[in-house]
Design a protein around this ligand. Sequence first.
Ligand SMILES: Cc1cc2nc3c(=O)[nH]c(=O)nc-3n(C[C@H](O)[C@H](O)[C@H](O)COP(=O)(O)OP(=O)(O)OC[C@H]3O[C@@H](n4cnc5c(N)ncnc54)[C@H](O)[C@@H]3O)c2cc1C
Length: 447
Amino acid sequence: MKYQVIIIGGGPAGYTAAETAGKAGLSVLLIEKNSLGGVCLNEGCIPTKTLLYSAKTYDSARHASKYAVNVSEVSFDLPKIIARKSKVVRKLVLGVKAKLTSNNVTMVTGEAQIIDKNTVRCGEETYETENLILCTGSETFIPPVPGVETVNYWTHRDALDSKELPASLVIVGGGVIGMEFASFFNSLGVQVTVVEMMDEILGGMDKELSGLLRADYAKRGVKFLLSTKVVALSQTEEGAVVSYENSEGNGSVTAEKLLMSVGRRPVTKGFGLENLNPDKTGRGAIRVNEKMQTSLPGVYVCGDLTGFSLLAHTAVREAEVAVHTILGKEDAMSYRAIPGVVYTNPEIAGVGETEESASSKGITYQVVKLPMAYSGRFVAENEGVNGVCKVLLDEQERVIGAHVLGNPASEIITLAGTAIELGLTAAAWKKIVFPHPTVGEIFREAL
Ligand SMILES: Cc1cc2nc3c(=O)[nH]c(=O)nc-3n(C[C@H](O)[C@H](O)[C@H](O)COP(=O)(O)OP(=O)(O)OC[C@H]3O[C@@H](n4cnc5c(N)ncnc54)[C@H](O)[C@@H]3O)c2cc1C
């Protein structure tokens, strides 16, 4: 069996590559060993956001009196929240399958093994291809902390499916995944402690806004241990014990459950990558150029496997670039304006340079900062809530970064991403007419 394109991995990178290539009339085989949709649809972006929406609805109902709406009794049903999450995932996975079918993509379930750059085996079958796109994604990284093998820790998968709430939860890792789960379990009444090695949560996001978000969650009862290194883990009858050291000395936190969320790493083993031996970067990732080509002609890498951005929207765009390159269409990947969003409540989102990244690159910039209260719509919909919008301009007054703390940061950040990607100056961006009243108008106010 011979194809023009074989894709290994059916996550956002793989299914986008398959759909784009199929739509263009190429013969495509997509091999996925688990469920179509990959981490994003099955155990990442979508299930977390579905759970968080239930928590947000619960919070809104509890605080409805702020908007003069009386709700007498508010409660939640965790098994039903989890069941709805699973229903949403099933629906979207079926949607992906339908799109691939309608674009004539051949799908095979099984574990792919690369024989050489033109030959892939799956089960008893061997397939030939002109082009190979590798999209095997990433997996949870569990650090080798002493005692880790003795503890019944949760990964995000367990946290997504637990139908009973623990009384207390300690989260090791205050990154995006850690903070989204901290938000969910805090809303549902769990005592949450976040242990983070860095001096602020949400590394990579704007530090000032991350600090404001942390202060907000601290007020709601989440405990934070920053600049704190976990040195040992153990299990007792009371639960998991996380021993740590920080500038104040040694200490420990005991909680009924422990969630490990220190990061993810690319899946590079188990599918015959060693038979290709592509060039690697100094950090061990597969080297790709801006067209997602590896050092081997006809072999492309997209998504988390690049070890670069670890975001679904990056994976999707990289996949389009790879297929356009196969088709001979001019295209190139740009990482200048990849938005990062944390779906806490309030949300925090950023795109382009942060003050920290601009300073470390020696970029001269100015910051325009406004309270979100400059947006009429924000005030109307966020009683008693503060937020901040920050825009970074370079010496030519071009927009190089934007950061928002406040709902719906996830939706409005694309406006700033567009300005950055197009290289707009503040003056040019301000000529765009924004609908009124919208929260996005905050950017026009800031310029
Ligand atoms: C809890 C959590 C929340 C997240 N939330 C967000 C979010 O809100 N927004 C966001 O942008 N990103 C989020 N992410 C990250 C996002 O899920 C990933 O960036 C995205 O899934 C990467 O897509 P991918 O296609 O590269 O890889 P994956 O989605 O990891 O898919 C890779 C696929 O390859 C398959 N595979 C691997 N090896 C083989 C083989 N040998 N043969 C066949 N199949 C194979 C796997 O089974 C898997 O289905 C989240 C991640 C987690 C864990």
